[in-house]
Design a protein. Structure first.
Length: 400
């Protein structure tokens, strides 16, 4: 939904709904989205944050399927403005863990999938010259899989080739679409500092400008502008909070480097201010077999990172008191307390305070994809009601 005259749009990500094939995705949209819209923005056009697996994207590209979906959106007063192109394959109901990043940006298949999503989004975007599209994506690769400089160069080259496709799409269709690279704990692009360095070295450098110029037939000045326009970040507020980023500082770092926040994902993680027996026991409920739940510890021994909860629990035998844990587990943003620990909601509130003064991004998306593995005591609402509560909470914080 469009929030204000500044052109800011708010939605939720459909990756909360299990479904990998296009018929499954399409059924979920029909079942849930109109109901959420009627609770949050009755009588108004409502934007969809659409997650498409590679399988679903290929099926939607069939003209008959695409036309049927466009007709459904016209009838329901819905529109698509952002895609989640992060998980390529199955995302619910089976072990995902570190496989969620595969194929990563070292792989030609990630490039092919991202190009296909961009072509689809150009067809799905409404006829509004002020509304661009965004596609969030993997932050390069899972960090342990990036072995050497050649891997990093391959990641950068594939992203530049995708940038050239985005330039070509805008030429052909008039639709502007931006890739939104999403830093995440234990990935190659994990912190804001790492992200800024990668952009400066591989995406905004003189060599990158020359390469895009070659790929897209652009002069130096136009190529540089195109890179800044078509490649930015998806700032996930759960991920940033888990990394102990400072809200104002990380946004300033991105701004100073000329990196756009193409998409702002509004999500909350878990915070254990004290590693008490009660808090650790309560945390074990969140150790599921489906997703990675990276942990970042800050304390007397400095900052320590763990790829998943089991590794963090195993570290406790030699643990020194006085540490705090942040855990990558997306919890509903309207919760202010979870037993012996709290969500990282204060981080969200600080960012939204900054956004009120000046829009940080024109694409805001609530993302609580872990609904199905959330401990049952936190799933007391019907799903549509929970999604609506999150969106209403954001609207109230923004006083919209």
């Amino acid at each position: 939904m469009k929030l204000d005259a500044r052109g800011v749009h708010l939605t939720y990500c459909s990756n909360i709904h299990p479904g990998e094939t296009w018929p499954e995705v399409r059924g979920n949209l029909e079942r849930y989205v109109p109901g959420v819209r009627d609770r949050v923005a009755p009588g108004q056009p409502f934007g969809i944050g659409l997650r498409l697996s590679a399988l679903a994207a290929r099926a939607l590209a069939v003209p008959a399927a695409l036309e049927e979906f466009l007709d459904f959106m016209r009838r329901q007063d819905l529109y698509v403005f952002t895609l989640n192109g992060f998980p390529y394959g199955r995302f619910h109901g089976t072990r995902v863990k570190e496989d969620v990043y595969l194929p990563d940006w070292r792989d030609e298949e990630r490039l092919r999938y991202s190009d296909e999503l961009a072509e689809l989004l150009a067809l799905l975007l409404p006829d509004d010259p002020e509304l661009e599209g965004s596609i969030s994506t993997v932050p390069g690769a899972f960090k342990p899989l990036v072995r050497d400089a050649a891997d990093v160069e391959r990641i950068g080259e594939h992203m530049l080739r995708h940038g050239a496709r985005l330039v070509d799409i805008e030429r052909r269709t008039g639709r502007s679409i931006a890739l939104a690279i999403e830093p995440e704990p234990h990935c190659y692009l994990e912190t804001i500092d790492e992200t800024v360095r990668f952009f400066e070295d591989y995406l905004f450098s003189a060599a990158a400008v020359r390469r895009l110029g070659e790929l897209a037939g652009l002069d130096k000045q136009t190529a540089s502008a195109a890179l800044h326009d078509h490649i930015g970040v998806c700032l996930d507020l759960c991920h940033a909070a888990v990394e102990f980023e400072d809200p104002a500082n990380c946004l300033k770092r991105l701004d100073d480097a000329g990196i756009r926040v193409t998409k702002l994902q509004i999500s909350a993680g878990l915070r254990l201010r004290e590693l008490s027996p009660a808090a650790l026991q309560a945390l074990k409920q969140f150790d599921d077999a489906v997703y990675l739940h990276q942990v970042v510890e800050s304390g007397p021994r400095g900052v320590t990172r763990f790829a998943d909860l089991p590794q963090a629990f195993a570290s406790l035998s030699g643990h020194a008191p006085g540490a705090e844990w942040r855990v990558h587990f997306h919890v509903p943003i309207f919760l202010d307390r979870l037993e012996s620990f709290s969500p990282t909601r204060d981080f969200i509130e600080q960012v939204l305070d900054l956004h009120r003064s000046r829009p940080l991004s024109h694409h805001l998306e609530v993302e609580t994809y872990t609904w199905d593995v959330l401990p049952p005591q936190y799933r007391v609402d019907a799903l549509e009601d929970a999604i609506a509560r999150e969106l209403i909470w954001v609207k109230q914080k923004l006083a919209v």
